[in-house]
Design a protein around this ligand. Structure first.
Ligand SMILES: [Zn+2]
Length: 135
């Protein structure tokens, strides 16, 4: 029942051109697995990164659709303070994790909004930039 309701909701969202794909448990598990294999990230680090990525995804969708972004004030370049502060927090987490070199941010909601560049060079995105954080 829950699965069916969830699928219907996801289809509604897609029909509206809103949220793209729902994040599956599989995608989350694959992210945690990749991070465990290619860095010294803890489960807690991964959970925080996914949570921040989800917020960045929501903000990017709001900015992209010109719909109301709940966070203000907005900067002249179209970004917002909330977005900047979350990106800063993600950067801070990444600095602490051994094996993670950098966080790459994209404000395009169609792709991964956060990718992590790891020291061993592993990537799982089309652009070969890093590990995508599911959002
Ligand atoms: Zn905003």
């Amino acid at each position: 029942m829950v699965a069916i309701r969830y699928r219907v909701r996801a289809e509604e969202l897609r029909a509206q051109g809103g949220a793209l794909m729902p994040v599956t448990t599989k995608a989350k598990m694959e992210f945690v697995y990749a991070m465990a294999r290619h860095s010294k990230a803890t489960l807690h680090d991964c959970q925080r990164l996914m949570r921040y990525a989800a917020t960045l995804q929501r903000i990017a969708e709001a900015h992209c659709n010109d719909s109301k972004c709940p966070y203000g004030p907005h900067l002249p370049d179209g970004g917002c303070m909330k977005q900047e502060s979350i990106q800063w927090k993600v950067g801070e987490i990444c600095e602490r994790i051994d094996g993670v070199l950098d966080a790459i941010f994209s404000n395009d909601p169609r792709g991964a909004v956060v990718k992590l560049k790891v020291a061993d060079g592993y990537t799982n995105d089309m652009g070969r930039e890093g590990i995508c954080v599911p959002a």
